[in-house]
Design a protein around this ligand. Sequence first.
Ligand SMILES: Nc1ncnc2c1ncn2[C@@H]1O[C@H](COP(=O)(O)OP(=O)(O)O)[C@@H](O)[C@H]1O
Ligand SMILES: [Mg+2]
Length: 241
Amino acid sequence: MTTILSAQGLTKNYGDVVAVNNVTLDVKEGALFGLLGPNGSGKTTMIKMLTGQVRPTGGSATVLDLDVIKEPVAVRDRVGIIPEQETPPSFLTSMEYLRFVGAVRRIQDLDAKSDFWFDFLEFRDKKNVLCKDLSRGTRQKLMFAQAFIHEPALALIDEPLINFDPIMQDLVKDYLADYTKKGRTIFISTHILEVAEEVCSEFAILHKGNLLHTGPVAELTGRGEHLPQFFLSLVRKDRHV
Ligand SMILES: Nc1ncnc2c1ncn2[C@@H]1O[C@H](COP(=O)(O)OP(=O)(O)O)[C@@H](O)[C@H]1O
Ligand SMILES: [Mg+2]
């Protein structure tokens, strides 16, 4: 199967802090890949490196056959991204923001595509509301729409469910699972382990910047193990190393 994303020895130092240490991993086409780890383990830094937002200190990565260091703008063009704590511009309405994204991404039939998202995530009533006046959850809906509106071959989402209520979480989980069934690929970071077990096909565990494990979720569940327990025992062991 085609490799959609590949990191080789990816490393990022912030001064003395080693945020990501020599991580090598591959993500295959059609995977719903979950990057798991406690707070501060390097998940956001990994996603930023893989989307060309942060330049690695060492190593290399390719995304959709593009080198993330040499071609960060081309990477951005091809993928969908939801960064961790970003919100849409305060001075635009929801619809204006999607038009802006549509222009950058040269999207055809933007109005019809936007309407799908306003209906699907149930925020049509916020179409003409300034983003500064939206709740956190609604801003996240808009961020979701902008990431998927061009139906990218690969979407990278940092903590996809964090601002959603349980009903929205359910809707979004189903959407992500369906999206990969069409042969497209999703890379998420999350520390909600139950969700990862439920929706991810593959997962990796990061701890203090180090990759502790990577593999299919089914390998674990097939032998009667569960991801939360597996995660906790690995991370606890690593704490005492
Ligand atoms: N811009 C930055 N400057 C300095 N240190 C940073 C910066 N971004 C992240 N870090 C540090 O790198 C480590 C990994 O952070 P992060 O990638 O945000 O982890 P996670 O997303 O898993 O919580 C943490 O120790 C964090 O404090
Ligand atoms: Mg993070």
